[in-house]
Design a binder for this molecule. Structure first.
Ligand code: ZN
Ligand code: ZN
Length: 144
């Protein structure tokens, strides 16, 4: 999911909440709609507020990743932000500052323990497999 789509989702959610509030009480205050409406409207408002909150948190997390950060796993090379959820998050190498998807880091560096992560990635430890041909279909096994 890209930040652009997330921001759009966030805006749509907020507009929906405001529309429901206005539709039920004639006021744009969602708290007024919440206290004076029926159970169904209450549930809809809670669900919308919940997703708005989750999207907002996710936007905060993802905004610390540079827009042009690319996964440094030679078998991946994909945008970090776009594949953040699919590839289970992101790890920034504490030694060289290169970005990896979490799933790519584990596969490429063969470790996920915090202590091993502190030692840096394969590339900055000089163990990079430079020139290794990318295996066809290898990326697809990740998505399963
Ligand atoms: Zn990756
Ligand atoms: Zn590194």
């Amino acid at each position: 999911m890209s930040p652009g789509k997330l921001t759009l989702g966030l805006i749509i959610n907020i507009v929906l909440i405001l529309l429901i509030s206005y539709g039920t009480t004639g006021s744009l205050n969602p708290f007024q709609a919440f206290s004076s409406s029926n159970l169904l409207i209450k549930i809809v408002l809670i669900v919308l507020a919940f997703f708005t909150f989750i999207e907002f948190l996710f936007l905060l997390v993802i905004s610390r990743i540079p827009e042009d950060a690319i996964c440094q796993d030679p078998d991946c090379g994909k945008d970090i932000r776009t594949y953040y959820l699919v590839l289970r998050g992101a790890i920034r190498c504490p030694v060289c500052g290169r970005w990896y998807h979490r799933a790519c880091w584990i596969r490429y560096n063969r470790t996920s323990s915090p202590l091993e992560i502190l030692k840096g990635c394969k590339k900055c430890r000089g163990e990079g497999e430079m020139g290794r041909p990318r295996l066809l279909g290898e990326e697809d096994t990740l998505r399963g």
